[in-house]
Ligand binder design. Structure first.
Ligand code: ADP
Ligand code: ZN
Length: 520
């Protein structure tokens, strides 16, 4: 659908004349034009992409009032003050207001004094508010941080569940727009269902960070790698993320012992110390920060040159967000992820320790598996991330990740794949990846002997390879979709449809690898 030219022109004029930006950024124009065409819209854009303008601009074009529902009470005052600076008549309603202020604002709304009203979800149903709204024309409701409506997200807000009823209570149903930075399929479905969006257009955009170089390394000696990496990036600002507080302590000790000054940050430290370390990092006095995922919320240091994950994050959203702290200023920066099978066990343990329901835990495990797949795929890493978010811009080749730039030759691994797949077939989906690897290796563990698995025809089929190599290969087959893992705490390996062609010899499997060493 194309927008009436005059409305599009008006939107661009507001962007330029009021906000002072020359042009729209990735996705903004599309979201705004959709809204101006009065289509309910779910806009999924990463933090910093410029979601606010996507509702602030239409708000100025519509004749009636726009209500912005936001959970971020602490930020409302600043946002509203900033909009006044631009000359936009706006106010906010939340629990921080005294009775007198509240009443004045409600009167102002009734008197048509405001174009835009920010409101905390808890206030929607309070007396006064809905009553006043029944007497004015509400054209547009923008639900910010819309993922808060979903229990699958990390910031579920029960009050978001009442937004749909609030919208229904209005005399005329307004246009509804929902905005968020996180949306897995479950969250997206929840937003559409629970906010009762009408035939919404879902626009996912702006996730690509072209200046970031993504890479994954498996099988490195991590300590050695970190020391080498920091030596090669001496003096450059960077963040090293570790999975546990203990790891943070160990890594920062290692660095200090090797004469590399660094600061550290985790939730087990005193608040004052954390704040001080954060400041030292932000001001560039200690350019290297070693931290758990507790570090980084709201941190906007533009010149971070690398984000190194010492172990895998819990899901790809976290990865995108943490890695995304590199290169904010648009200059080239690197995002390196070190993979070790042991890390998967740590992450599983962390999921197990949560208070989540069984279903939620399974869900988290599935998301963790997607990180493991990311670490083993030979496809473009950027594409893998963009696909995960459903970004429309996804392409096959980015030219700026370790897989795209991998100039190793593609090796035909069909025979090995057939061996591994037929072993999984024989095991009838009863065992996990480590067990399959042990059987292929021909390991004589107690369990294997007890279960007489050494009598299988596929036992020891890959005896000439290292166990770790076989396990890595199985993960490659999982990442490429030839094998799948079942849900739950102890996932077992199963064949997929895609495996059938390989077993039957109809399909080749290729993998980028170091060319095999020539025999002398
Ligand atoms: P989000 O809510 O998506 O995290 P914001 O709406 O806070 O992002 O915008 C992030 C920053 O980008 C703000 O400083 C905003 O003014 C700026 N910005 C938004 N749109 C544009 C644009 N078209 N051109 C330049 N800067 C923009
Ligand atoms: Zn790539």
């Amino acid at each position: 659908m194309t927008l009436h030219d005059d409305k599009a022109r008006q939107a661009l004029k507001i962007l330029q004349n009021i906000f002072g930006y020359p042009s729209f950024r990735g996705g903004q124009a599309k979201v705004i034009s959709n809204l101006l065409n009065l289509k309910d819209t779910l806009a999924i854009m990463p933090t910093g992409a410029g979601k606010s303008l996507c509702y602030q601009i239409p708000a100025q074009i519509f004749t009636g009032i726009t209500i912005v529902i936001s959970p971020l009470i602490a930020l409302m005052k600043d946002q509203v003050d900033a909009l006044w600076e631009y000359g936009i008549p706006v106010t906010y309603i939340n629990s921080s207001l005294r009775k007198k202020e509240l009443n004045e604002r409600l009167q102002g709304i009734a008197g048509g004094r405001y174009k835009l009203i920010y409101v905390a979800p808890e206030r929607l149903e309070t007396d006064g508010f809905s009553q006043i709204l029944s007497g004015v024309e509400v054209d547009f409701i923008a639900v910010d941080e819309a993922h808060c409506v979903s229990q699958w997200g990390h910031d579920f807000r029960p009050s978001y569940r009442r937004i749909a009823a609030f919208i229904k209570s209005l005399p005329k149903r307004p246009l509804v727009g929902a905005f968020t930075a996180t949306a897995t399929r479950e969250i997206k479905d929840d937003i559409i269902k629970l906010l009762e969006l009408k035939d919404p257009q879902v626009i996912v955009t702006g996730f690509d960070r072209k200046n970031l170089h993504y890479s994954v390394l498996r099988g490195e000696d991590k300590q050695e790698f970190v020391l080498d990496y920091l030596a090669a990036h001496k003096g450059k600002p960077g963040i090293i993320y570790a999975a546990t507080r203990n790891d943070v302590e160990k890594i920062s000790e290692l660095l200090q012992e090797n004469g590399i000054p660094c600061s550290k940050y985790h939730a087990g430290m005193r608040k004052a110390e954390r704040t001080e370390n954060q400041e030292l990092f932000l001001q560039g006095e200690l350019p290297v920060m070693v931290a758990t995922n507790a570090f980084g919320m709201g941190i906007d240091k533009p010149d971070v040159r690398f984000v190194l994950h010492y172990s895998i994050p819990k899901n790809l959203e976290s990865y995108y967000q943490e890695a995304g702290r590199a290169g904010r200023n648009g200059e080239p920066a690197s995002c390196v992820l070190l993979f070790h099978p042991q890390d998967v066990i740590v992450q599983k343990y962390l999921i197990e320790q949560t208070v989540y329901s069984l279903r939620r835990k399974e869900h988290e495990l599935k998301k963790l598996q997607m990180v493991v797949d990311y670490c083993h795929t030979s496809k473009c890493l950027r594409q893998t991330l963009l696909d995960y978010f459903g970004d429309e811009e996804s392409r096959d080749y980015c030219g700026n990740c370790c897989n795209c730039l991998d100039d190793r030759i593609k090796v035909d691994v069909t025979l090995d794949a057939q061996k591994a797949l037929s072993c999984v077939y024989r095991l009838q989906g009863c065992f996990g990846a480590s067990m399959v690897a042990q059987i292929l290796k021909g390991a004589r563990t107690k369990r294997i002997l007890q279960l007489k698995l050494d009598q299988l025809s596929t036992y020891g089929l890959m005896a000439e390879k290292e166990l770790a190599e076989i396990r890595d290969f199985l993960h490659f087959l999982i990442a490429e979709g030839y094998l799948a893992l079942t849900k739950g705490k102890f996932p077992v390996v199963k064949l997929t449809r895609k495996a059938v062609g390989v077993i039957k010899g109809q399909e080749k499997v290729e993998r980028k690898m170091q060319a095999p060493k020539k025999e002398k």
